[in-house]
Write a protein that binds this ligand. Structure first.
Ligand code: ADP
Length: 352
């Protein structure tokens, strides 16, 4: 008997799930260590009605109402409750209870489990925020395409070929934007869920810069920007296509946010344990409080940047994901009004 009690105690004490027990009056008589860790109280603090002090004040009233209905009945109970820890952090706990009865009619209390769902909730929230931004971003060009094609279909511009052409131009522009958005969203999703295998090989840093410049040269010419490359031959162990994609993105941003006749400089150099890439512009710069946020999805310095400059707001998020998958870091330094310097590193791995 003693041995089986010790066994059960050890099961509960080491359980990865929080466990508690209430008597028939709803007073707490036991909590295991995991339960204490999730809810933020000690064994003694939880006893009796003590546990209630740790429930978020906004959850106390409804919880007590629902709980007191269950208390006297032989029902199961389930709720998601916020607990406030002594360090001020809020933990979301999924709690479930089942009645404990001696005979079918005699209730002697409830046994309950608690699971920490804080992280799961944060991920769900991020997901739903992302979905709502994406649907907004996709709907905007779609609405414009539908609008312009709708006017054409209705024959509004039957005798005005110039206006009809304008409508077609709008529809084409927004279709291209939509394609870019969908491609970027899918690319980012694949990168972040690690579904992309990097095809790493030794590449020449200078060749990567030159290839990127070739890809973006026509945009530079169109915008009257001089691209200057300072080629240094350094060997880098990387996925060349993905590094070029990152460089092209940084250079196209530099071009977009620079005045005509200014210079964008590309540079690569070897440092102690890494290769450092740099894209420098003489453009409008980035305010200090945006230096980190612009690497987030759909984050811009100005709400209108993306639409006016034809971007998707995902370029830097994709670049960051690519660089991080290489084990490197990406950041920007900038003096507003004078220009921005974007940097990223790729580690030199000796034993891969
Ligand atoms: P997009 O360029 O498609 O809007 P990005 O993720 O590439 O999206 O860039 C996010 C934002 O960061 C841009 O909208 C712009 O506000 C800012 N930004 C990026 N590069 C530069 C730069 N070289 N100079 C000034 N602002 C920049």
């Amino acid at each position: 008997m003693q041995q089986s009690e010790a066994e059960f105690r050890s099961l509960s004490e080491n359980s990865p799930v929080g466990i508690f027990r209430m008597d028939a009056e709803g007073r707490c008589t036991y909590t295991n260590p995991r339960c204490q860790a999730i809810c933020g109280y000690t064994f003694d603090e939880a006893l009796g009605e003590g546990w209630l002090q740790f429930v978020h004040p906004e959850d106390r009233e409804w919880l007590m109402q629902d709980w007191s209905q269950t208390l006297s009945s032989q029902q199961q109970f389930s709720a998601e409750v916020r607990y406030i820890h002594k360090d001020g952090t809020i933990h979301f706990a999924q709690m479930r209870t089942s009645p404990l009865s001696r005979t079918s009619s005699q209730l002697i209390g409830h046994v309950g489990t608690v699971e920490d769902v804080t992280e799961r909730r944060a991920i769900e929230q991020m997901k739903s925020e992302f979905v709502s931004i994406v649907s907004h971003e996709l709907r905007t060009p779609l609405a414009s395409i539908r609008g312009s094609l709708g006017l054409l279909a209705a024959g509004v511009f039957k005798n005005k070929p110039e206006s009809a052409q304008q409508m077609l131009d709008i529809a084409t522009y927004d279709t291209e934007r939509l394609v870019r958005l969908v491609n970027d969203i899918l690319d980012l999703e694949r990168l972040e869920s690690h579904k992309v295998n990097l095809n790493k090989q030794w590449c020449d840093g200078a060749a990567l810069l030159e290839q990127s410049v070739k890809t973006i040269q026509s945009l530079a010419v169109e915008s009257q920007i001089l691209l200057s490359v300072e080629p240094t031959s350094v060997q880098v162990w990387a996925d060349s296509d993905r590094i070029i994609q990152t460089l092209v993105n940084l250079v196209s941003n530099a071009i977009k946010f620079s005045p005509p006749h200014s210079t964008v400089t590309l540079n690569v150099q070897e440092q102690a344990d890494r290769v450092l890439f740099e894209v420098k512009d003489q453009g409008r710069g980035i305010p200090a409080d945006k230096l980190e946020t612009i690497f987030g999805r759909f984050q811009q310095v100005d709400a209108s940047d993306s639409r006016q400059k034809g971007g998707t707001g995902l370029g830097l998020a994709i670049s960051k994901s690519i660089v991080q998958q290489h084990g490197g870091r990406i950041w920007v330094e900038s003096v507003p009004g004078q220009g921005s310097n974007f940097y990223f590193t790729v580690p030199i791995l000796l034993n891969e």
